[in-house]
Design a protein around this ligand. Structure first.
Ligand code: NAD
Length: 342
């Protein structure tokens, strides 16, 4: 079976999901919904992606620029099985009644409230829970990074508690109107930050507390994480478990000279499309084991980390893969996840 998919919103996440769908043998990208006839619309046209608009009102501006519009979002919804909503946070919930009216299954992003979907989702933690559901919310980039780490070490050793300080990038590289430009902003001043609560949408019983600050960078987020495990471990055991796990890249600063997000992205610029790093990057020398506790630094490429999970979520909703292992193999092979960075 080939799953017919549409993408609403063609920004940072939407365009990456759309191009990733084009690489899957068991999915067909029927079209994307785009509001403005900008460079990204011209690139979609070049990639042979049919373009739809939110309403008939926007279509004329596209046609004036020579971009053919296939129809409105309602036409797209009539010809697909699943819609991936990648509109700005909160907008997806407003679209939900329209998606329901047309009887399509839905994938939402982490900017939506958890109640927008039947299940909040992260492949390494709860793929099977999403099987056959009507709607799924792929949790945000920071939450995906935390969950990949926590669920990997939980399977290996058992995780009883997590504490994390999240150093957030202020904006995506393309965002010209956001800041800060010269400050470290408490996000928010009152602890905890919302990230721990978001992790609990997938792991409801986990004892987790997070704090966050926003810093003037666009490249990646960095987390300092402390996990309490159910028994003592060595750092060697932890590194081995992380190296074996899919979608986690352990980077040795000693071997590569990399000790910053700037150098990671510079390496990715050589070998990765758009310099995307969808893997969670764990800095090897930071991994410290003290009795039951593990402490480490990890980095999250916010623009791309959730793309594999969106593809897996499509397989779960469409019943295209029955296990996490099955979908991870297909997704990671097609997107080059896990390929060397040097
Ligand atoms: P974005 O602003 O880059 O893209 C959103 C796109 O939707 C834009 O192209 C915009 O023109 C379009 N849009 C706006 N209103 C629309 C409407 N009413 N109908 C159709 N299209 C509309 O945003 P993004 O960063 O891709 O974020 C999308 C979602 O993904 C949010 O929920 C966000 O929280 C989540 N997310 C973002 C990141 C990130 O770092 N960028 C990471 C993970 C998850």
């Amino acid at each position: 079976m080939v799953l017919r998919v549409g993408v609403n919103g063609f920004g940072t996440i939407g365009k990456r999901v759309a191009y990733a769908i084009q690489l899957q043998d068991d999915m067909d990208l029927v079209g994307v919904v785009k509001r403005t006839p900008d460079y990204a619309a011209l690139q979609a046209r070049r990639a042979g992606i049919p373009i739809y608009t939110p309403s008939e009102r926007e279509a004329e501006a596209f046609e004036q620029r020579g971009i053919h519009v296939r129809g409105t979002i309602e036409d797209l919804l009539d010809s697909i099985d699943v819609i991936v909503d990648a509109t700005p946070g909160g907008t997806g919930a407003k679209y939900k009644p329209l998606y329901e009216k047309h009887g399509v299954k839905q994938i939402f992003q982490g900017g939506e409230k958890p109640d927008v979907a039947d299940v909040s989702f992260s492949t390494l933690c709860n793929y099977e829970e999403a099987l056959g559901k009507r709607s799924v919310r792929v949790v945000s980039c920071n939450t995906t990074g935390l969950l990949r780490l926590i669920c990997t070490l939980d399977k290996a050793f058992g995780v009883s508690a997590a504490r994390a300080v999240i150093i957030r990038r202020a904006a995506d590289p393309k965002e010209i109107k956001r800041g800060p430009i010269n400050a470290i902003v408490l996000n928010p001043p009152k602890l905890p930050s919302h990230h721990g609560e978001d992790v609990r949408t997938v792991l409801p019983k986990l004892d987790i507390v997070t704090a966050a600050v926003v810093v003037p960078t666009t490249l990646m987020h960095v987390h300092n994480v402390t996990l309490r495990l159910s028994s003592p471990v060595t750092r060697r055991d932890v590194i081995a478990a992380l190296e074996e796990a899919p979608r986690i890249m352990v980077v040795s600063s000693e071997e590569t000279g990399i000790k910053s997000t700037a150098e990671l992205m510079e390496a990715a610029r050589e070998l990765r499309k758009r310099s995307d790093i969808p893997e969670l990057v764990v800095f090897e020398e930071s991994v410290t084991a003290r009795g039951n506790e593990v402490i480490l630094f990890q980095a999250v490429h916010q623009e791309s980390i959730v793309i594999p999970e969106n593809i897996d979520a499509l397989r779960a909703l469409g019943g295209l893969a029955q296990t996490a292992k099955e979908t991870i193999a297909l997704t990671d092979e097609s997107l080059g996840v896990g390929q060397p960075l040097w």
